[in-house]
Design a protein around this ligand. Structure first.
Ligand code: 5HU
Ligand code: ZN
Length: 179
């Protein structure tokens, strides 16, 4: 090793006073949190749903939440019982707005997909659904959804975590930016 190389290596030697953080969030928590955060964009007064599509390189390729179609104003279209005629579901939005291939991807959803979304999930080639809530499982449309997803061999997994809350605090982030 030349003297210059040795000097360069010395200047890169760590003092070992700091070790790697251990309380970082897992990939699963991160992707589900992205889906839940997307849901916060929804204008639906009763239910906000979010979806996040991830490929096998852990890259996010699509995000969506439930909302009115393009060109259909949130202020003019109804948010009461008639909303069902119009609103686009989170899963559909995540798929159709994706910026890359969704085939073989995993979709993280805050609510188990309905039968209509299940059809789109299957046809798009998504291979796994990780869902947070399954609160509508007793309804026929969700039974149909599960039946189709199972038949199409789309893997279903209920999201489990030991971290019930992830806090985002912009003021703390601001402090962390200082040296
Ligand atoms: O799979 C789904 N994805 C999704 O985005 N949604 C949205 C559409 C509506 O805005 C809302 C359903 O509202 P409600 O629970 O009031 O029926 O949730 C609903 C489902 C299933 O109901
Ligand atoms: Zn749906």
């Amino acid at each position: 090793m030349s003297l210059t190389e040795a000097t360069a290596n010395m200047s890169l030697q760590d003092d070992n006073t700091q070790t790697k953080r251990v309380d970082y969030i897992s990939w699963q928590d991160y992707f589900m949190a992205v889906a839940v955060l997307a849901a916060k964009r929804s204008k639906d007064p009763k239910r906000q749903v979010g979806a996040c599509i991830v490929n096998d390189e852990k890259r996010i390729v699509g995000i969506g939440y439930n909302g009115m179609p393009n060109g259909c104003s949130d202020d003019e279209f109804p948010w009461g019982s008639k909303k069902h005629h119009f609103v686009c579901h989170a899963e559909m939005n995540a798929i159709v707005n994706s910026n890359s291939v969704v085939k073989n991807c995993t979709i993280y959803v805050s609510l188990f997909p309905c039968n209509e979304c299940a059809k789109i999930v299957i046809q798009s080639g998504i291979k796994k659904v990780i869902y947070l809530s399954d609160k509508k499982a007793y309804k026929d449309e969700y039974k149909a959804s599960r039946k189709m997803l199972n038949a199409a061999k789309v893997e279903l997994e209920q999201y489990k975590t030991n971290q019930n809350k992830i806090e985002i605090d912009f003021t703390i982030e601001g402090d962390m930016m200082s040296p």
